[in-house]
Design a protein around this ligand. Structure first.
Ligand SMILES: [Zn+2]
Length: 458
């Protein structure tokens, strides 16, 4: 909790009665209104199985919309119904299934943690919040609390984006929601509120309320089961009352003093209550983390055989961003290294023979930009078409880079990032001069040239 001397009492809960009331109303509402989601209706034979099912759903739901998770979850649980099945699978298989949901490190950690459960913990998932977070890679405070409360009935609160929104409105927490003081306070509140008998249902109810009623832009306060305890809504009402009685002698003429100066959880005096925003005054966003931009050159490289196009794809290193995923050959763009094409062709020599590279058509495509969590990647796409059919020789790889040739259909079945899909689409926009085009044909000014020329000119 925040330093008690510096915060107003209203940010906490007034009494046990108030807490009881919130619990009862929220649980009753949840029972009647909860969405039918596959991880809620799934029958488990044991608590261990239940914990695994909750764990998978919680990891999938981080940063991904519920609608996008539902089908993936069903397929996943069919393929890996138990933690042992997940542990046995290869990372490739697991990532292929994950494909399309982004944030691949979550999937990699989940796989790693499943192996740890099977190999080091006798197949038993830890049963307490503390042990879950301590033992399992990728399981942080939130996921641990979700598994412990939902599967094992541990009385522990949770804090995620939905909970932050609900709590910040309920208790008028106006300081940046990602600040340390706010974060501690949200955990304090959620641990205080969580129901003693049904902590799992209560936590799900709180998240469900944030997802369906107490939404970011247009909260449905009139159908909120805990609106009578909501201090943000109270402030809206007081504001209205004040506005209508402004010129009346019965009122003392000043707005009820809600913000207390010096309180480290109230709205900051520099950005006070905005009456147009109502309850959406809360939560307040923190300063955005600066996004780092990096530029790359990518080659969507293909050859055609029997009317089928084959694409060259390369596997990324097993650590770092997008670890272990497949992508088109890509190199960082360094303007000091000269022309993009030369840099790219130099890179392609790792995978292609001089013979193959001697007859290539290079078309410059547009630039594709993709935002990862805190990085923006800009890809300068080139479409590289080999005239010579590739003779599936893997021995060309000079530094054992993992690569292969795939059809379009195979490509989309592999574990690839959304950025790769964008690149593929971008490359499709530049069509061959002898194919009907959906976009304006580019003039292939001098792009049909041999590699020799490039390297000789170096
Ligand atoms: Zn305050």
């Amino acid at each position: 909790m925040a330093d008690a001397s510096a915060i107003c009492r209203s940010h906490s809960f007034e009494s046990d009665e108030e807490i009881d009331g919130i619990r009862k109303r929220l649980l009753t509402w949840y029972e009647a209104n909860k969405r039918d989601l596959p991880w809620r209706s799934r029958k488990a034979q044991s608590l261990n199985e239940k914990a695994y099912a909750v764990w998978v759903s919680e990891v999938m739901l981080q940063q991904t919309r519920v609608a996008a998770v539902i089908d993936k979850y069903k397929i996943w649980m069919k393929k890996f119904p138990a933690v042992e099945d997940l542990a046995k699978a290869s990372l490739d298989e697991v990532q292929e299934l994950w494909s399309g949901m982004g944030y691949y490190s979550r999937c990699k950690k989940l796989h790693e943690a499943a192996q740890k459960v099977v190999n080091d913990l006798n197949g038993i998932i830890p049963t307490s919040c503390e042990e879950l977070a301590k033992q399992l890679p990728g399981v942080g405070r939130y996921t641990a609390a979700a598994i412990a409360s939902i599967a094992f009935n541990e009385r522990v609160g949770i804090v995620d984006g939905n909970v932050i929104r609900v709590l910040s409105r309920l208790r008028r927490v106006g300081v940046a929601h990602n600040s340390k003081i706010a974060e501690n306070h949200f955990w304090f509140c959620s641990n205080k509120l969580v129901d003693e008998e049904c902590p799992g249902d209560f936590n799900q109810a709180l998240m469900e309320l944030g997802a369906t009623v107490c939404t970011p832009k247009s909260p449905a306060c009139s159908s909120c089961p805990v609106s009578s305890s909501c201090l943000a809504l109270k402030q809206v009402h007081e504001q209205r009352k004040f506005a209508s009685s402004k010129f009346s002698k019965t009122d003392n003429g000043s707005l009820p003093d809600i913000e207390s100066s010096g309180c480290s959880l109230c709205l900051p005096p520099t950005e006070p209550w905005d009456s147009d925003k109502g309850v959406t005054n809360f939560p307040r966003r923190g300063k955005k983390t600066a996004v780092k931009t990096e530029e790359f050159i990518s080659g969507v490289t293909s050859f055609r055989s029997n009317d089928i196009d084959y694409y060259l794809i390369v596997k990324r290193p097993s650590t770092g961003l997008l670890a272990g995923l497949w992508e088109f050959p890509t190199v960082p763009f360094l303007s000091s290294n000269g022309e993009k094409k030369i840099q790219l062709l130099g890179h392609l020599r790792k995978f292609l023979s001089e013979d193959e590279l001697s007859e290539v058509e290079i078309r410059e495509s547009k630039t594709v930009s993709h935002l990862f969590s805190h990085r923006r990647h800009i890809y300068h796409i080139h479409k590289i078409i080999l005239s010579i059919n590739h003779q599936t020789s893997q021995s060309l790889s000079k530094d054992l880079v993992h690569f292969k040739w795939v059809t379009e259909e195979e490509l989309f079945r592999l574990a690839i990032s959304a950025a790769v899909k964008k690149m593929f689409e971008a490359s499709g926009d530049i069509v061959s001069p002898n194919v009907g085009s959906k976009t304006r044909k580019r003039k292939l000014n001098g792009t049909q040239q041999s590699l020799e020329k490039f390297f000789k000119s170096k």
